[in-house]
Ligand binder design. Structure first.
Ligand code: MN
Length: 357
């Protein structure tokens, strides 16, 4: 079944039109990303309207049999014609993605229809997007392998005197050269005390002997994103740095060994959090254990203290515990896993034992 058919079935669509206006959801259903357009889904057929900047590429790349690509010139007139031909009187919009300005405009442009936001539409799309298809998995695997190539290459680049921004730039350059369409999110490359800020911004700081260097970054392939974090040491490290690293690693391994379909997301978070607490660092692990990713870097579900989603085959999750000691140092280790029918597949192959450069 195609992605649009899955949605039509999930929502039991008969006479309604599902009008997808968000770029990311349109990319999900069409398998092609544009930055301006509409996807009008009817029970028997869907129409992607995209303008001259994208039309030719879209016509070639949208190969889903139930989606027709139309060059949008006067999109509202074109959609109104479709609505009329399908005898459609109701348009459902993504509740989570439509601004009030868009909503008012769409109501005005489709005067013959009831136009309304649908919470259910947004929810069902999220659920569909959470369970990755084989093709989506392959794209994420490819993105991850590009990121790992960069990890292996960056190790010889990191040395005392190198700036954080130089490490970030080099990582991004290596990924781009190896086929990444762009970074998955703003690259985090931090050294020394700066590693205590989980999402710090790389700056002019020059790496010194004895520093931890924390790298959290990802590649993008066919729109799909990867995410990994490694913390490496430069020169020599203290006993305390080594102890904290081992606690984070132990917590990460505990979470991984609890992962399988049928388990509740918050229990995975707990498996890691308990280890960090037991070792006296509970206050130093402020964020959730992980998140899903795909076309966006943060997708549902989440590994945190609240999410009661049951893990299912097809979910992609990050597992990224950390310990951050203010104004001292921080450690985070992150892998990305794919939930299989009875277990999980770790998409991250890079070494996790402490690397001292
Ligand atoms: Mn992450």
């Amino acid at each position: 079944m195609t992605k649009t058919q899955n949605l039509i079935n999930a929502l039991n669509v008969n006479d309604e039109c599902l009008l997808i206006t968000s770029d990311i959801n349109r990319a999900y259903f069409c398998g092609f990303a544009d930055t301006d357009g509409y996807l009008a889904i009817f029970s028997d057929k869907a129409f992607m309207l995209t303008d001259s900047r994208f039309y030719e590429a879209a016509a070639q790349n949208v190969t889903t049999p139930d989606i027709s690509v139309l060059k949008s010139q006067k999109p509202f007139e074109q959609i109104n014609e479709l609505l009329k031909s399908k005898n459609c009187r109701e348009i459902l919009l993504e509740n989570d993605n439509v601004t009030l300005t868009q909503f008012n405009k769409l109501k005005e442009k489709f005067p013959d229809c009831t136009v309304k936001g649908s919470e259910e539409l947004s929810r069902e799309i999220k659920l569909l997007r959470a369970q990755k298809s084989e093709t989506e998995l392959q794209c994420i695997k490819k993105a991850q392998s590009i990121a790992e190539t960069a990890f292996n290459e960056i190790l010889s680049f990191i040395k005392p005197g190198i700036k954080e921004i130089e490490i970030a730039a080099e990582l991004e350059y290596i990924m781009r050269r190896n086929g990444s369409e762009g970074t998955a999110f703003d690259t985090i490359a931090l050294g020394g005390k700066n590693t205590s800020v989980p999402h710090g911004v790389p700056g002019e700081y020059e790496i010194q002997t004895g520093d931890f260097v924390l790298l959290d970054y990802g590649a993008t392939y066919e729109g799909y994103k990867s995410d990994m974090t490694r913390t490496v040491a430069v020169g020599s490290i203290t006993q305390k740095q080594s102890e904290v690293y081992e606690i984070v690693l132990k917590a990460q391994k505990a979470a991984l060994s609890a992962i399988r379909p049928g388990v509740i997301c918050k229990d995975i978070d707990k498996a890691a959090r308990d280890i960090i607490k037991e070792n006296g660092y509970g206050e130093n692990f402020g964020h959730g254990l992980g998140h899903s990713a795909g076309l966006e870097i943060h997708e549902a579900p989440n590994f945190n203290t609240r999410d009661e989603t049951i893990l299912k085959p097809g979910h992609i999750m990050t597992v990224e515990p950390g310990i951050y000691i203010e104004n001292t140092f921080g450690v985070r280790i992150e892998d990305m896993v794919y939930i299989t029918s009875d277990n999980y597949l770790n998409l991250t192959k890079a070494d996790k034992s402490l690397i001292i450069l």
